[in-house]
Ligand binder design. Sequence first.
Ligand SMILES: [Zn+2]
Length: 198
Amino acid sequence: MEIKETGLRFNGSLRPRTSTQRIIIHHSASSDVPASTIHGWHLARGWSGIGYHYVIRKNGSIERGRYEYLIGAHAGSRGNPDSIGICLTGNFSNAPPEEAQIQALVWLIKDIWKRYTHLELIGHRDVMATDCPGEKFPWTELQKRLEENPVAEQWKLDIMEEAKNTGIISSEHKPDDRADKWFVLAVALNVIKVLKNK
Ligand SMILES: [Zn+2]
């Protein structure tokens, strides 16, 4: 999967976030519209442009809104300053998201986790008086899928690559392997380094 660039033009100056603590999920409460349409709606409200960082369409394609490092406009003064906003198109008060949307969302969240660790995952309604992202949004299913294939933190990927290059492992360690397995690998690599330098 990939993030589709949209090249949207924003008014005024957008500011970078100084703190990123959570991902806030929304529905568009509309039909399956592109990010450019939402951009138009938000411009019409007098905002700088689309308030979400990402839009996930019904077919599972992921479109860029605001750049991820910038403060969004999607969850009020309590939610915006420390969050990344993802909007799935559709109205989940009526029907749940498409399977393709959930798959894309899981991919996107894991992709964001590579850049920002320990983010809380919440809905718009957790920070404001709204139903968004709707009663039919599948929170339990989302959590389950996120836990099924834990994302590899960068240090684990680095260790795994180094260990394979050194020849001390041939198969991949899994991101959710027990901590002591990773510890042993890290120690082994350091021992090799020390011996080489002697
Ligand atoms: Zn919302």
